[in-house]
Design a protein around this ligand. Structure first.
Ligand code: NAD
Length: 473
């Protein structure tokens, strides 16, 4: 997402009073619902309640906390269809993908229910007649600010890890999926003591109030890089620990010698899945001249096939569509060739076709900014080294994919790419628990995996010496 786009505040809709959110179905413009954004009073009340409740929850046996999170996961699973329906109506995500997102959220809650009780400290090598070890403690009050593009999965991971680690949690879902977030909150809250889990609806204003509120010990933000930078500044002012999982501008580097049809399948999967509304979407494609011709033909064929498909999903709203289209038209003005898509379809709904741009180059926004839409911009390079240098020269640092038959190219890419995750020969996938620290404008800290429990915990070192009376001669 572009800097200007990401800084735009939630549009509350025509004629709505300030502080009121309205969400329209991006497929047909019908109203999904309206709700009030939490203001200063609700923010202060929620933080006060969380502070009051946090010590009791921190003192609760970790296995009991794990049981509560597991029971909450079961409640989410029981209401999967309702959550997925709302998700589809609010964001346009196809129902089967929304159901997958809920299932991923349930799995994340269950995983943290399991991992929380075995999260442990270390014993240290002190004197024999002493005990030196570390214990982990919850940080206290955690504020979670989450996005709309996979609202249940992303929020559930953070919520599960924060709660099982013993924190009191205030979750603010995205203003683009507030009803999905509210239902998730209703399902989870009954399993925790009062004040331990609160959901506050609202947009950027509510998020800003929360991020600057005293008494908050941790801010976890999953969202755009511009917002992430604001939250980092807020954390620096209040002293809250900040975790940021932000935007990406992931390169896809295609070496000589790969099967061009397979490479095009991977590129299409990376660029067009969830309509390109993924942090780890393939955003910049560098293809070796040796395979560029057949690769581009196959990619265009695949984009056309997707565009002919009768069942299509819209982007989250027309504001995002306008931002995506502006990047595409900007690239064409800058000399890119529009090989497929790239036009705003007539009629209702925030639809945008799978788009392939050839002859792209670096000053273009499609290459320098995150493009949160189904766009595959391609540049042909003369060598793997040239592609690698271009792939590495970026201010984002989320992930990168390299398709290559050469193990030496793969190793060189791993060493050279300044990103959290490098994927060799698969644009998506990876072992469970894989969790990396994003770099640069893509954020900081672990937002996933077992390491997320470390982020939500403080380490205390303990040294136990011998009492005077018990000293051995
Ligand atoms: P966003 O940053 O606009 O919103 C995310 C959350 O932050 C929302 O709850 C929002 O209300 C809140 N927020 C907005 N302004 C705020 C402020 N000034 N202070 C405090 N909170 C504020 O992002 P988005 O548009 O909802 O999500 C899309 C972005 O999220 C993309 O850039 C995508 O790459 C990124 N994302 C990253 C990951 C990851 O793991 N790295 C995962 C999913 C999405």
């Amino acid at each position: 997402m572009s800097a200007s786009a990401a800084s735009t505040q939630a549009s509350p809709g025509k004629d709505l009073p300030a502080g009121r959110l309205a969400v329209h179905n991006p497929a047909d413009g019908t109203l999904v619902g309206e709700l009030d954004a939490a203001g200063r009073d609700q923010v202060e009340t929620a933080v006060r309640a969380a502070r009051a409740a946090r010590l009791g929850w921190a003192a609760t046996d970790p296995s009991a906390r794990g049981r509560a999170v597991r029971a909450a996961a079961a409640a989410v699973a029981e209401h999967a269809r309702e959550l997925a329906d709302l998700n589809t109506r609010e964001t346009g995500k196809p129902l089967n993908e929304a159901l997958e997102g809920v299932a991923a959220g349930v799995a994340a809650l269950e995983q943290y229910a399991e991992l929380g009780p075995v999260h442990r400290g270390r014993s240290l090598r002190g004197p024999v007649l002493a005990a030196d070890y570390t214990v982990t403690e919850p940080r206290g009050v955690a504020v979670l600010l989450t996005p709309w593009n996979d609202p249940v999965a992303v929020a559930s991971g953070l919520i599960g890890a924060a709660l099982v680690a013993g924190n009191a949690v205030i979750h603010k879902p995205s203003e683009r999926s507030p009803h999905t977030g509210a239902l998730l909150g209703e399902l989870l809250a009954p399993f925790f003591p009062d004040g331990i889990f609160t959901t506050l609806p609202g947009g950027a204003e509510t998020g800003a109030l929360l991020s600057l509120e005293g008494g908050v010990d941790l801010l976890a933000h999953v969202g755009s890089s511009v917002t992430g930078a604001r939250i980092a500044r807020a954390g620096a002012l209040t002293g809250a620990h900040v975790i940021r999982e932000n935007g990406g501008n992931d390169p896809l580097l295609i070496d000589a010698g790969v099967d061009p049809d397979w490479a095009a399948e991977q590129a299409a999967l990376g660029a067009f899945s969830n309509n390109g509304q993924m942090c780890t979407a393939a955003e910049r494609i560098y293809v070796h001249r040796a395979v560029a011709g057949p690769f581009c033909e196959a990619l265009i064929r695949e984009a056309r096939r997707r565009n002919r498909n009768a069942v299509r999903a819209p982007l989250v709203d027309e504001r995002l569509r306008a931002e995506v289209h502006a990047q595409v038209t900007g690239a064409v003005r800058g000399g890119a060739e529009l090989a497929e898509g790239g036009t705003v379809p007539p009629g209702p709904g925030a639809f945008y076709p799978a788009t392939v741009l050839l002859n792209c180059s670096h000053p273009m926004a499609v290459f320098t900014e995150e493009t949160f839409g189904p766009v595959a911009p391609v540049q042909v390079v003369d060598s793997f080294e040239e592609g690698l240098a271009l792939a590495a020269a970026d201010r984002f640092g989320l992930a990168a994919t390299v398709l290559t038959p050469r193990i030496d190219s793969a190793h060189r890419a791993v060493a050279a790419l300044p990103v959290g995750t490098v994927k060799i020969n698969a644009v998506f996938g990876g072992a469970p628990g894989g969790s990396a620290q994003p770099r640069g404008d893509s954020g900081s800290g672990f937002g996933y995996g077992p390491e997320l429990l470390d982020e939500f915990s403080l380490v205390k070192v303990v040294h136990v010496g011998l009492p005077q009376a018990g000293r051995l001669e």
